[in-house]
Design a protein around this ligand. Structure first.
Ligand code: DGL
Length: 256
């Protein structure tokens, strides 16, 4: 029995890391749906189908809680997953509420995927918490590609990140929401491109919520293992996964 997490690719590892800190002895199973990455530009129906397939695979492997470690999949499918799965499901969405609390300029930028930013869930979030402030949305597919390639530093990564972030800082957006799990691994570059900005990442809060749900669901302590799987080619995914996680890990093939 373990806690299962999935994302379109490697971004959700940041949530796994935060969860590992809170529940060091629980077993985690991480699924990267690399064969179908990126989710961002895909039609909602397709993302929903993939989210369901990934979640069902995790449950079949023994997951007793499923974490949708992906804002795009949460936006497309959270309700459907909750209705379809026999275990609790934890989702995530861009941290608009904490950003509104943090901004001094009244100008907040949300970096996410086009799928998340165009979704009804995001529209509701902005209407509820950010009606009085300026919210600029920016889809950053180039940053998703960087993380999938395991390119977290160096001139290419810097040029891509600065291209998205530096103009926002120059325009006075003082709070940046990382509304896609692929962006926290690029946080040092994002912070360097917008040195005065407050950066909001909901990953730690999602991990805390997952820890509560896992305890309520009675997920037992295990061996503190992290098992990683991909729907893509494990030999190609493993090096990038090792760079994002910070240490080499075995990656198995998931057929789902
Ligand atoms: N990591 C995902 C998210 O949080 C999506 C990246 C993608 O597949 O486009 O939204």
């Amino acid at each position: 029995m373990m806690i299962g997490l999935f994302d379109s690719g490697l971004g959700g590892l940041a949530v796994a890391r935060a969860l590992r800190t809170l529940l060091p002895a629980h077993d985690l199973l991480y699924l990267a749906d690399s064969a179908h990455c990126p989710y961002g530009p895909q039609p909602i129906k397709q993302v929903r189908a993939r989210a369901l397939a990934c979640s069902q695979w995790l449950v079949a492997q023994g997951a007793r809680v499923v974490v949708v470690a992906c804002n795009t999949a949460t936006s497309a499918a959270l309700e459907e997953l909750r209705a379809a799965l026999p275990v609790p499901v934890v989702g995530m969405e861009p941290g608009v509420k904490p950003a509104v609390a943090a901004t001094r300029s009244g100008r907040v930028a949300v970096l996410a995927t086009s799928g998340t930013l165009g979704g009804e869930r995001f529209a509701r979030l902005v209407a509820r918490f950010a009606a009085q402030i300026e919210v600029q949305t920016v889809a950053c597919p180039g940053m998703v590609r960087l993380v999938e390639a395991g390119t977290l530093a160096g001139p290419t990564a810097q040029a891509v990140v600065y291209g998205y972030v530096a103009p926002l800082a120059a325009e006075g957006f003082d709070t940046l929401v990382l509304g896609c799990t692929h962006f926290p691994p690029l946080r040092p570059l994002i912070a360097a491109a917008a040195p005065a900005a407050t950066i909001i990442d909901t990953g730690p809060a999602v991990a805390a919520q997952t820890a509560r749900v896992a305890q309520q669901a009675g997920v037992p302590v295990g061996a503190g293992a992290l098992r990683c799987a991909t729907t893509g080619d494990p030999a190609r995914v493993a090096p990038a996964l090792g760079r994002v996680w910070g240490e080499a890990l075995p990656v198995e093939l998931a057929r789902c």
